[in-house]
Design a protein around this ligand. Sequence first.
Ligand code: NAI
Length: 274
Amino acid sequence: MKASELFDVAGLAVIVTGAASGIGYAYADAMADNGARVVLVDIDRAGLDQAVAKLKARGGDVRGAVADVTDRGALRAAFDRAAGELGRLDVLFANAGIDSGPGFLGMTGERAADGAFETLAEERWDKVIATNLTSVFNSIRAAVPHMKRNGKNGGRIIVTTSVAALRPEAIVGTPYMPAKAGAAHLVRQAALEFAKYNILVNAIAPGPFITNIAGGHMRDPEVAKAFGSAVPLNRVASTDEIQGAALFLASRASTFVTGAELVIDGGVMLGRAD
Ligand code: NAI
């Protein structure tokens, strides 16, 4: 089969959460640029307007929906509206997420009190679990009824986890780890339950990408260097480097892939090269 057919997403009805920025925007961009019809969901109205305008200017069939993924009612209403407008729902990227503040070690190896297990703010724990884990549950639940209506065509659910789901890390805030590991396992559980409906559920687990997360700290060359030094490819990634995985998991290139976690990390999980 030709690559253009294998990876074809033209006409698919797609929702991307956390699409105003970073990895979510890159997913929306990859879908829209290849002819999918995309609803971008985000809490940040101004960022969303800009993202939608940018994709529209390039001819994308896109629209925006402001919603907080931690607000079950608002999320479901946004998904129902999106599926109504698009006439169906084929693909969901459950991507919205936040950082969890400092880890227990700072960039230069010093102990950081506000990231320490015993003293980190409980509100931070609650917010990170709600945004990075419970929102995935909310999003899958809001998408599945629409995908079931597609009959044997089913649907695709792609969750952004992280290498943090696979191993702990001292310089990243503690709540992020169980939130992402939980999301990764939720992907497996959902893949098992929804296989019957041909709804394929997979995760993309990025290593360090330059986005606006944590106030865009990865744009600081010192921070990028610190994260990049743990990567065998010796650099952090730009968001266009996630787009191949997105096209793969949304298209017929991956019809027999479910419950997988596709690690896009420049080799981070291999350990240090030197
Ligand atoms: P980003 O900050 O550039 O984009 C995240 C988007 O999600 C923003 O537009 C933000 O407004 C939106 N968002 C945050 N909370 C929301 C909420 N409650 N409701 C709706 N939208 C909300 O960050 P990035 O890096 O693109 O993050 C995307 C996903 O990738 C997250 O799940 C993150 O944990 C994950 N990730 C990022 C990595 C990185 O190095 N940048 C590495 C591994 C995973």
